[in-house]
Write a protein of this length. Structure first.
Length: 365
């Protein structure tokens, strides 16, 4: 019979070992601290869906190749041939057997017959399409992002926003992100392939608004639909004008007059001069064309801005209300610079008086 004190000692040792074991398990990956993906990473590792590296790290921010993503998805779903996906055939890419298994489901992957496609990083937009296809929907990129939001499979990359842009289809998928996607799929009970993807899909009809019973090419997921969906999820997306301005900021800026919509015009006028003016006015077509040619000549030959886009708009002209009656154009150069160009007219000759004042980046303030 074990003495009471001995039993207490053994219990104490057991508890110490248990606590130490928990601590060891929580420190399994030396580079995974306490952050948004911690639970998903350890859940996926415990299920054998993902693995770490021999040095004890997980490398959560490392980009995922399409082959790695295909392997993770194959290990996760329950209706794949686990023996087949584990095959490694001499002379073939390590993931070829996985692609052969996925081929029957017609997932939108690039590497079925291309090792380059297998080893390239997979982007978040492609991931959304593959996940939708896994659930039976053949969707384009915008539709797939909407599907991810609507089914709580993603919250995007920008807190407090649920827009197409805030999902960031253009970013490569990271290892921590794939564990979160898979964990959310599991939370929703999406554990199998639901059949070959089609526009109608094989899931419940209320899983994506506007897709069911319509060919994909006839369905357009608009920005307004994203805004409405965000409201349903308790999120207030920024005003449309601000979203459009941010799109321009992330692209090449304003490089054509067609980009200056009424909403963008209001923002541009304030950003370009630093304050709200009330002396914007309209020129006749003849005067506008005369000043435009004079400005183009001056910027290219005197200011020597180079061969860059120059946007001159009739809507970006004002005349000061003081005695000088100075005529000013706000000219957008190279997409992001706003030049304050003063102009005048001598007889029938259109002239540029000064083109030296400019804001280097209208999107930085």
């Amino acid at each position: 019979m074990i003495h009471k004190s001995m039993r207490l000692l053994l219990v104490g040792v057991f508890l110490m070992l248990f606590v130490a074991g928990v601590a060891f398990a929580s420190a399994k990956f030396s580079d995974v601290g306490d952050y948004w993906a911690t639970e998903a990473i350890y859940w996926a590792a415990e299920k054998g869906i993902v693995e770490g590296y021999p040095d004890g790290t997980f490398k959560p921010e490392k980009y995922v190749t399409e082959a790695e993503f295909a392997a993770i998805l194959a290990r996760y779903v329950t209706n794949t041939d686990k023996q087949k996906i584990a095959e490694r055939r001499p002379g073939e890419h390590w993931a070829q057997s996985i692609y052969d298994e996925h081929r029957q489901w017609e997932l939108p992957l690039h590497g079925y017959d291309s090792d380059f496609g297998k080893d390239a990083a997979i982007f978040r937009g492609d991931v959304a399409r593959v996940i939708a296809a896994k659930n039976g929907f053949n969707l384009d990129e915008r539709q797939a992002v909407y599907y991810m939001y609507e089914n709580d499979l993603s919250a995007g990359m920008v807190p407090g926003r649920m827009t197409f842009e805030s999902y960031r289809v253009d970013l490569p998928l990271q290892r921590d992100q794939i564990t979160q996607f898979i964990k959310l799929l599991n939370n929703k009970g999406h554990t199998t392939f639901l059949g070959k993807p089609s526009p109608k899909g094989n899931a419940d009809s209320d899983e994506i608004v506007g897709i069911v019973d319509l060919p994909v090419e006839e369905v357009e997921i608009t920005d307004e639909m994203f805004d409405e969906l965000a409201k349903e999820k308790g999120i207030e997306n920024p005003p449309r004008a601000q979203q459009e301005w941010e799109k321009l900021a992330k692209s090449g800026g304003i490089t054509s007059e067609e980009q200056i919509t009424p909403e963008i015009l209001d923002i541009l006028r304030e950003k370009a001069v630093g304050f709200v003016r009330d002396d914007w006015t309209t020129l006749s077509d003849k005067d506008f064309e005369g000043y435009k040619q004079a400005i183009l000549y001056d910027l290219k030959n005197v200011a020597k801005v180079g061969n860059v886009p120059i946007v001159i708009s009739k809507d970006l002209f004002y005349e000061t209300k003081d005695w000088t009656k100075t005529k000013i154009f706000i000219v957008i150069v190279n997409g992001r610079q706003s030049w304050i160009v003063s102009v005048g007219k001598l007889g029938n000759e259109y002239r540029v008086h000064d083109a030296g004042v400019r804001v280097e980046d209208i999107f930085s303030n």
